[in-house]
Design a protein around this ligand. Structure first.
Ligand code: T46
Length: 132
């Protein structure tokens, strides 16, 4: 399984650093939604689903967390801790987010607006879909 982790350009000067993200440039799709999670409780695991059509980039803009990526054949763990790194999560990729530091802010750029029907939340169903 190939993990795509973008390294965004950092604009640094003596005031600090800035990252700018543009759709179809730094981000390979039109950004239709941005959401973020914070104050995640210790020991919590989120996600547990795959998307049918949604593409996303996950950026831990503060603190750190881990992402389990599972394409139904292989599993990989990705550590996110840099505000200038973005993990691409494409379609049919089971993912779980965990080990959030208490100060973690995980921001997600998404290619579509929210649609519950795009979620596959049953792991066996996900495996069946992968085999098709
Ligand atoms: C994903 C991972 C990385 C909305 O109303 N609008 C939204 O855009 C989102 C993302 C969520 N919600 C509501 C739905 C639930 O009542 O917020 C609540 C928590 O969402 P959920 O349990 O789906 O959160 P996670 O952390 O399990 O998953 C989220 C995204 O939903 C999902 O697409 O890929 O983050």
């Amino acid at each position: 399984m190939q993990i795509v982790k973008y390294q965004f350009q950092q604009h640094g000067d003596d005031r600090g650093r800035l990252v700018a993200l543009e759709e179809y440039g730094d981000i390979p799709f039109e950004i239709k939604r941005v959401y973020y999670m914070y104050e995640t409780k210790e020991g919590v695991r989120r996600g547990f689903h795959a998307h049918r059509t949604l593409e996303q980039i996950l950026i831990c803009i503060h603190g750190s967390c881990e992402i389990l990526m599972d394409n139904g054949k292989e599993k990989k763990i990705v550590f996110l801790e840099k505000p200038y790194e973005g993990l691409y999560v494409g379609t049919l990729m089971w993912h779980e987010m965990y080990n959030f530091s208490s100060d973690a802010v995980l921001m997600v750029l998404a290619s579509e607006t929210y649609n519950e029907e795009d979620y596959m939340r049953n792991y066996d169903e996900f495996l069946k879909m992968i085999k098709k």
